[in-house]
Design a protein around this ligand. Sequence first.
Ligand code: SF4
Ligand code: MG
Length: 328
Amino acid sequence: VEPALTVRGLSVDFGSGESRLRAVREVDLIVQRGELVALLGESGSGKSVTARAVMGLTAPGQTVRASEMRLGGTDLLRASARARRSLRGQRMSLVMQDALSALNPVLSIGDQLGELFRVHEHSSRRSARRRAVELLSAVGISDPDRRVDEYPHQFSGGMRQRILIAMAIALQPDLLIADEPTTALDVTVQAQILELLDRLRVEFGMGVLLITHDLGVVSEVADRLAVMYAGRIVETGPAAEVLDRPRHPYTQALLRSVPQAGDRGRELLTIPGSPPSPAQVPVGCAFHPRCTMAIERCRQERPLLADSEPGRTSACHRSEELADVAAH
Ligand code: SF4
Ligand code: MG
């Protein structure tokens, strides 16, 4: 079976000529059906730009290049703009952080959900409503028969996020991309939304690409992890292994910035400095100005993403030295 998503050599440029900025650089990503892959990094690392490029939602002035980009068996690089539009929603969907602005305030939830079935599957009004109720129930909204007739403002932030997820999975896509879907929510609701994504990818067999800056989110649900820095993937592998024994100093630093159980009240460690803008990516290893392990070679030569152990990759000249270092 083909993966839900195959991306190879993806680059995204903003602008052109002298003012060209490369926001995403040679990114490879594979998401299997039923698999949840987390794309992790600080804000500004290129995660959302990657997601939008995969969705075909490129802003004017952006150029997307890739050697391969496939949704299941469909070649996205050869698909027309019109074909890409119809793939969105039907075979790939994007859930973002701000559920309120993504929903139409003047339509009931049932009308918004039902419209998907009426437009794409030519369902009758009545069957569209019934399926909307079923979907609300599938995403954990209680009393769906009554709530289906309510409007977005009548739901809490967490419930609106569930509704957005319901809309995203309504047509059973092969791939769901969730970009910081829980960032605006409180911790308890966050956990519930993650559980929901975790359950739905199994039930519906879809691949999920979860974009987040939050390691806590990753450790809850991700099968595999890809860590992004300055537009490039710097480490990949099974989430549990990477979190337990990172092979890249950036991943290690991210892990150290997460409060451990029992740390409550203590000051959060953050990584000193900030990620570079695409206009000012350092020569050599892009992470070197912030890396406590940086050596002269790191300032000269960019480390390539290479196998660090079976099923794992890392782009660091000193990855070998991290082989036996546990994260905590
Ligand atoms: Fe740090 Fe050098 Fe590894 Fe980059 S290549 S992460 S600067 S040790
Ligand atoms: Mg983002």
